[in-house]
Design a protein around this ligand. Structure first.
Ligand code: E4P
Length: 218
């Protein structure tokens, strides 16, 4: 399973990329807005730090302008993936841009029916938002299971399931069990995945006992 990080914060991306565990990055207009910086400068820097796919979202809502924006964004770097919304215009643009060889991440997916349409439109990734479904009392991970079942039953589908709106490490573990291809993790979730109190306690105990030996390895 691939891990993308879900942020436009350059310091966070640099820090987490250094772990060697980051395969790509996803951004959205809200994440870019938090940086207070120029979108194109931020994107170019992210693409320099992370060689894997970097998702950049269009902000137009009509088909023609989405296509124009997608072409402009895709020129920022070779590893840009254009994000289009799961609307009729967004999927029409997904089909047009995919046909031009531009990889598309279809975002704001909240149903299996929408995921079927995105696959038909040639999306490279479909992004179901699990956390936002949980927030309204639905079961976000049930949607991932449903999409995985459908995509597996249709072997011609090459669209990858990119689990988005992840809130905690249980979402990641469940997504991995379901065979999702990618999870995009807020930095705090990736950091949370390292943590276990027994790891910290065990390490402290080992080091205390080692100290008693008076030996060194180097
Ligand atoms: C990523 O592609 C999505 O835009 C992001 O995961 C949405 O997360 P949120 O629901 O926490 O805003």
């Amino acid at each position: 399973m691939k891990f993308f990080i879900d942020t436009a914060d350059i310091a966070e991306i640099r820090d987490l990329a250094a772990t060697g565990l980051v395969d790509g990055v996803t951004t959205n207009p809200s994440l870019v807005s938090k940086t207070g910086r120029d979108f194109f400068e931020v994107l170019a820097e992210i693409c320099d730090i992370v060689p894997g796919p970097v998702s950049a979202e269009v902000t137009a809502t009509d088909h023609e302008t989405i296509v124009q924006e997608g072409r402009v964004l895709s020129k920022v770097a070779d590893n840009i993936v254009v994000k289009t919304p799961l609307t009729p215009d967004g999927l029409k643009a997904c089909k047009a841009l995919s046909d031009e060889g531009i990889p598309i991440n279809v975002t704001l997916c909240f149903s299996a029916a929408q995921a079927i349409l995105a696959a038909k439109a040639g999306a490279t990734y479909i992004s179901p938002f699990v956390g936002r479904l949980d927030d309204i009392g639905n079961d976000g991970m049930a949607l991932i299971a449903e999409i995985a079942e459908i995509y597996n039953a249709q072997p011609h589908i090459e669209t990858e399931i990119l689990v988005a709106s992840v809130r905690h490490s249980v979402h990641v573990v469940e997504a991995a069990k379901m065979g999702a291809h990618v999870a995009t993790l807020p930095p705090k979730v990736l950091r949370q995945m390292f943590k276990h109190p027994l790891t910290d306690k065990g390490l402290a105990d080992f080091l205390a006992d080692w100290e008693k030996t008076g030996q060194t390895i180097l």
